[in-house]
Design a protein around this ligand. Structure first.
Ligand code: FAD
Length: 117
């Protein structure tokens, strides 16, 4: 069956936006439980991502480069790296991970230390 490249790309853009924004909000000093939550999320995400071909590729990337969950910097850096692996596979430009900075803004109030979040 013929895929729909436009829909696949749109899903990818929306997902990456969410993925990187989540990493930008991940705690700087996560608890063990928070680290386990992110690790589980990434593996479940890789299983459930709706584009099956993409999910299979992503699972292969994860085998080589397991998620880094020890801190926000580690997680955001890892996510940028793994997205670049996908970019490379698809012949897309490589993103400079030093420029992540405030690129991914959740638009939420500054509730960094809000334990209810
Ligand atoms: P995208 O790659 O969607 O990126 C969106 C924006 O994010 C860019 O414009 C840039 O501003 C920023 N960005 C780019 N690189 C980085 C980075 N390294 N770190 C942070 N920000 C960055 N498509 C396929 O055809 N085959 C696949 O196997 C496939 N696998 C995928 C696996 C996953 C897990 C996901 C989420 C998507 C996958 N896609 C796949 C979709 C593909 O990655 C793109 O999302 C899609 O092709 C649209 O590309 P784009 O050029 O708009 O930029």
């Amino acid at each position: 069956k013929l895929g729909n490249e436009t829909a696949k790309a749109e899903l990818g853009r929306a997902t990456w936006k969410f993925f990187h924004t989540m990493m930008a909000r991940y705690p700087e000093e996560p608890t063990e439980e928070e680290q386990e939550a992110l690790r589980s999320f990434v593996y479940l995400f890789a299983r459930l991502y709706p584009c099956g071909e993409c999910a299979a590729h992503f699972q292969a990337h994860l085998k080589k480069y397991p998620p880094q969950v020890s801190s926000r910097n580690a997680a955001a850096g890892w996510a940028c790296f793994i997205h670049n692996e996908v970019n490379q596979m698809l012949n897309k430009p490589i993103f400079d991970c030093n420029k992540l900075g405030d690129y991914y803004d959740c638009g939420c109030a500054d509730d960094e230390d809000d334990s209810t979040s």
